[in-house]
Write a protein that binds this ligand. Structure first.
Ligand SMILES: [Ca+2]
Ligand SMILES: [Ca+2]
Length: 247
């Protein structure tokens, strides 16, 4: 093949190929506290030039509840018109969309934010997946095989029971000051494992349902760890009191 012919063929192929598709995504592995709200962003890497978006997502209604007013426009499309969401509470399907009369000048960030209400007393895991996603007439790449875990405060290992196993996890990540997750012992979502998280764990000590026989720890270990946790907290609050008294 002549070099010129090859170049022409490559140019033709490039002209015929569609623009690189945008990617829409749901964060991986979110944790919602029982009885609380877990806000789920639906983000896009680049929706520049688009004038509408449409989403259909699936979730478990055993764990998560969503109403029309819980579907909010994200900052990327804050000026758009939101169509009334269609939420099927029986099957756990939510359909929502928005549109504008002018194309997006810049389009990276959150398109929507969904405020899921987590069940009060049903620890477990819900899938959260895209069934369909459209930007105008395009089908963006979908990055969202996500799950939402409904967890009891302090339950770092998600077994539905707050005990020394969770205290050990928290202890192992003690003073982790960056990038901490729920599974490390960060129960207040500040990405750090500190006394604030230890206080949450202590406040929910032995809440939930103990795991089946055989995985229950030795009482002595439990008492020892609980005592350690309490003295740690007492030390912390004691020093705060001393500082106040001194000042
Ligand atoms: Ca646990
Ligand atoms: Ca924390």
């Amino acid at each position: 093949m002549h070099k010129q012919t090859a170049i022409v063929l490559v140019l033709l192929a490039l002209t015929a190929s569609p623009l690189l598709a945008a990617t829409v995504s749901i964060p991986d592995d979110m944790v919602g506290v029982l009885g609380d709200v877990v806000t789920t962003p639906i983000s896009v890497d680049d929706a520049t030039g688009y004038m509408s978006c449409y989403f259909k997502i699936a979730y478990s209604t055993d764990l998560l509840d969503l109403s029309a007013e819980d579907v909010r426009l994200g900052e990327v499309i804050s000026g758009w018109t939101r169509a009334e969401p269609n939420i099927d509470d029986a099957s756990g399907i939510a359909i929502f969309s928005a549109y504008s009369t002018s194309p997006l000048a810049k389009g990276s960030g959150d398109l929507f934010e969904l405020d899921f209400h987590v069940a009060v007393d049903a620890p477990g895991v819900s899938p959260l997946t895209f069934v369909r996603a459209e930007l105008d007439d395009d089908y963006p790449t979908r990055d969202g095989g996500s799950i939402v875990t409904a967890a009891r405060p302090g339950d770092a290992n998600y077994d539905g029971w707050v005990d020394d196993a969770d205290a050990s996890i928290l202890g192992a990540h003690w003073r982790m000051l960056d990038g901490a997750t729920w599974g490390d012992g960060d129960f207040n979502g500040d990405h750090q494992v500190t006394d604030a998280d230890a206080a949450i764990l202590a406040a929910h000590w032995h809440e939930g349902t103990p795991p089946p026989e055989g995985s229950v720890p030795e009482p002595a270990t439990t008492a020892l760890l609980a005592a350690g946790l309490m003295s740690l907290l007492a030390g912390r609050f004691g020093s705060m009191r001393r500082k106040r008294a001194a000042g």
